[in-house]
Every structure is written in C-alpha cells, then in structure tokens.
Ligand binder design. Sequence first.
Ligand code: IPM
Ligand code: MG
Length: 353
Amino acid sequence: MPRVLVLPGDGIGPEVTAEAVAVLRQIAPDVDTEDALVGGCAIDAEGAPVSDETVRRARETGLVLLGAVGGPKWDPLPPPKRPERGLLRLRKELDLYANLRPAAVIPALEDASPLRPECVTGVDLLVVRELTGGIYYGEPRGRQDRDGQRRALNTMVYDEDEVRRIARLAFRAARDRRKRLTNIHKANVLEVCAFWNEIVEEVAPDFPDVELEHLLVDAASMHLLREAARFDVVLCPNLFGDILSDEAAMITGSLGMLPSASIGDEGRGLFEPVHGSAPDIAGSDQANPLAAILSVAMLLEYGLQRLEEASRVREAVGRFLEDGYRTSDLASISGGRVVGTREAGKLVREALG
Ligand code: IPM
Ligand code: MG
C-alpha cells in the first residue's frame, strides 16, 4: 500500500494541507498518510527544522506532501538554523534534483492576472528548476572574518552530471509538450553558466524533435512579462528557477493556484504549493487551498503514476472555479463568490464526486 508522509509545516501550511489530504483520501482511499513536522514548528518541538527521524521516514515512504515553512517568529535565526533548511535538507537527502513548476492561465481566471489580457492569453509553461545544486548548496559558503573585515560568500557550482540529468529531464518534458525548450543562463558573465550551456548543447542531439534556445536570465524576466505565451519548457539553474518561477506564477493571477513537484530518479517525490506560509492570514480560514490540492494531482501523476485520478482532481478544481467560487486572494481581483479555505476544500471534493 503506498504511503505518503504529510508535512504541513507552518503558517497556512496546515490549513491548506488538511484540504489537500482530504482530497487525496477521497480520490485514493488506498493510500496511507502519516504526519510529521518540518520548518519552524519542528524547530520549536524537535530542535531542528527537520529531524533525522523525519528524513528517514521521508526516504522510506518516498512520497512527501508538504505545506509551507517559515514565519516571522523564526526570521531572526541565521540561515543554517532557519525553517527553510528543513526543506533544503529533504530535497538534498532524497535527491529530488528536478523541480517542476507548471504555470498556466486558467481561462476562468484570466482577469485575475495583474497583466493586461493580451500578455496573458495562452500562457502554459513549465519551469524545470535544478533543485539540489548550484548556489543553494555550493561550497565554500558562509561568513568569514578576514583581517578584521567581515565578509560572506556562496558558490555557484555545477558538475556535468548534475547539468546533464536535469537537462535530459527538461528535454523529455518538452518532448511531451510543445517541443520547445528555453535554457536560462547568465553566460555573458558567469563561467558556470557557460559550462551549463555547453552540457545542454551536448544533450540536445538526443532530442532532435525539441527546439532549443538559450536566453539570458535578465532578458527572460522581461519576456515573461511581455509574452509569456512564447515559452513552453523553461530550464533553469536553482537560483534563477527560484526567481523566475515566482514571476511566472504571478502572471497566472495567483500564487495561490500553483503546485510543484520535486522529483528524482528513484520514483521519489515531494509535492508542495509554490506559495509560502503567508503568516499574515494563517489561522483565519482565508488561504487558497487550490495549490495544495493541485499538488495532490501532481503527486498522483508523478509519484503514483495515476494519471486518470490526477486529471479528475484538476477537473474538480476547474469546476469549482467555473461555478464562480473564489478564495479571497482571487476574488479581490476577479470577483466571484468568496469562500474560505475549508469551504473551498469541501466544494472541490463535492465536484470530485
Ligand atoms: C521555493 C522557496 C524555497 C527556495 C525556500 C523556502 C527555501 O522559495 O521553493 O521556491 O528558495 O527554494
Ligand atoms: Mg521560491
């Protein structure tokens, strides 16, 4: 029987995750779920943003559904002790090197985008972000004292194997979609990016049906605002992917809508909303649970290979929106019948039948 480790985390994490788990139970009653702590709540209760025991259980189940981590309470902590480190450790220890972040404009929500409709129509892209390397993990890192002068450093470094495996995955994703791959870089300045591009070029001949282009990260951030519909699969090193995926998410209208999957080669996966822990609205039944629910769809698709169930979850979310329901983040822009987190979850489950 498949098992999923549920890590609700902090802020709105527990609220949105509860709705997502209820959807999972309904659509896949044979899947067992079990809970553990991650993030600030784990720091408070267990002394670390993720405990060794939780990492062990995550490896064992191989599938993780996560809410969100972090909050003002833990902001004063230095980077190595912060809630985010729990997430970073899970990604690394489970070798989840590929982060998939689809950003598509849902027709019912076209008017929720902060951009003019002509910049938004037809947007349907997938950010493939390298997730276990680059500047997030590179050594040396940290703070130093040099002759009384304080300084700090991080290192952006990639091995060829790291680049090759994420590039292959991105090419495969493009092959299954519109066959266009945009590789994001800053090779006009950074050696590591020039090297990354070289490896991507080495992989390209294995995918002759996919059209490859290279695009500077600064130009890409501009093109995303002007004509995001031109993008299909967007391949990024870790840091650029972090930034561009938030931009892509915003274009679609709400960060509250977007799920993500972090996957590796061993069939393992961690599934989580792209949005953060939104401490300002935590506990007020206002959070949008759709990203968490759509993360369940990604879990069904990539973690359990149950494509039909995954589509049913997506359709139920579509129906909820078409029926005119909105959580407050969406309603403020596009109007509609405003419902809270729990009501939204319940309506999606009803639509699921
Ligand atoms: C994300 C988040 C994380 C990241 C943080 C919470 C560590 O911003 O998943 O995009 O930077 O990867
Ligand atoms: Mg981010």
